[in-house]
Design a protein around this ligand. Structure first.
Ligand code: AVI
Length: 324
């Protein structure tokens, strides 16, 4: 069994994580417009709420991507080839990686990369039990920052990245390009299997981020609950509301927390005043055209391979060869 790269330093990592959250939130509250990275959504409760979002009737991306992966598994496996090493950016849904592993010819190794050691351990344990021939090597790293992967296994096939779920859309365009450049370097000679959401009718998009059960609202507001629990902040959750709208010219959903009244919030001894209607921006979710995504991938150093979509062209899965 391969231990995660830095399991021994988990408590320190947790402290560092809390400090980084405190620093990011303090910076976010001090700047105008106020803006924080969506990575802070994902504490245990945020991850649970995100799993619920994935099953909502309005949130089409998860089930649509799954249907593409399922329906096109054989073609995808043909692009990847035998004995592959699969690198997943984020220890994501075990459902998606299983669909891929089940279709591949004798996959050799799975390397899930995640900033959270806990998430990685869960993913690794379950896959080891179900795929006895597969070596599972978790890597604790922030994949949005520069990092290295372990040496390739002798005799292994291609090294292939898997980045589903349109998480790329949560990056700023320059961050997305930087991520793709790093992926092209790490995966040279192999390729990237990338799932991204497509530009579509704004009404469908609006519904997906403003669901009737209020799960997306709870997910957004949980960021403030997390700040209260972990950092001793005093956000009054009743005094903020969820807002998500489609910015058509920039092809992205923008998610905010809107102050419902004039109020002062205290974070680590600092007071932050909100006017009624002022917002904390929490997430972009960019939507792509197939040509636009391919142009960005080409700038990052990828070649262009096949793309698979659903009949309604809601979502796309791209095979991007990482040219030698
Ligand atoms: C993880 N990410 C791709 C989701 C998205 O659609 O941007 C996060 C999400 N935010 C609100 N709903 C889902």
């Amino acid at each position: 069994m391969s231990p995660p790269v830095s399991l021994a330093i988990q408590p320190r990592v947790a402290d560092e994580g809390r400090r980084a959250f405190a620093d990011d939130l303090a910076t976010a509250l001090s700047q105008r417009p106020r803006r924080i990275s969506p990575k802070w959504f994902y504490d245990a409760e945020g991850s649970r709420l995100f799993d619920r979002i994935c099953g909502l009737p309005e949130y089409y991306p998860t089930r649509t991507e799954l249907s593409i992966l399922q329906g096109r598994a054989a073609e995808i496996a043909q692009q990847i080839g035998p004995d592959a090493e699969i690198v997943e950016f984020g220890a994501g849904s075990l459902v998606k990686i299983r669909l891929l592993l089940d279709a591949l010819q004798s996959p050799r190794r799975f390397l899930p990369i995640d900033i959270s050691g806990e998430h990685l351990q869960g993913a690794a344990r379950q896959l080891r039990a179900d795929y006895p021939g597969l070596e599972v090597t978790p890597v604790v790293a922030d994949y949005t920052q520069p990092f290295e992967l372990p040496e390739r296994l002798a005799g292994a096939g291609r090294r292939v990245g898997f980045f589903p779920g349109s998480t790329l859309g949560n990056f700023e365009p320059e961050e997305a390009l930087a991520f793709l450049r790093q992926a092209a370097r790490l995966l040279r000679g192999g390729g990237l299997l990338l799932g991204v959401d497509l530009v579509k009718d704004p009404q469908l998009l609006h519904a997906a981020y403003n669901d009737a059960q209020g799960v997306t609202a709870a997910f957004n507001l949980n960021l403030l609950a997390r700040a209260n629990a972990e950092l001793g902040a005093d956000f009054d959750l009743q005094s903020f509301s969820h807002a998500a709208f489609y910015n058509a010219p920039l092809r992205r959903i923008e998610m905010h927390l809107v102050s419902r009244r004039e109020q002062v919030v205290t974070l680590q001894g600092q007071r932050h005043a909100f006017e009624e209607g002022e917002t904390l921006h929490t997430e972009y979710s960019h939507k792509f055209t197939i040509d636009g995504l391919r142009a960005m991938a080409a700038r990052a150093g990828f070649g262009i391979g096949p793309v698979w979509t659903d009949p309604q062209r809601l979502f796309s899965v791209h095979w991007l060869p990482a040219v030698q």
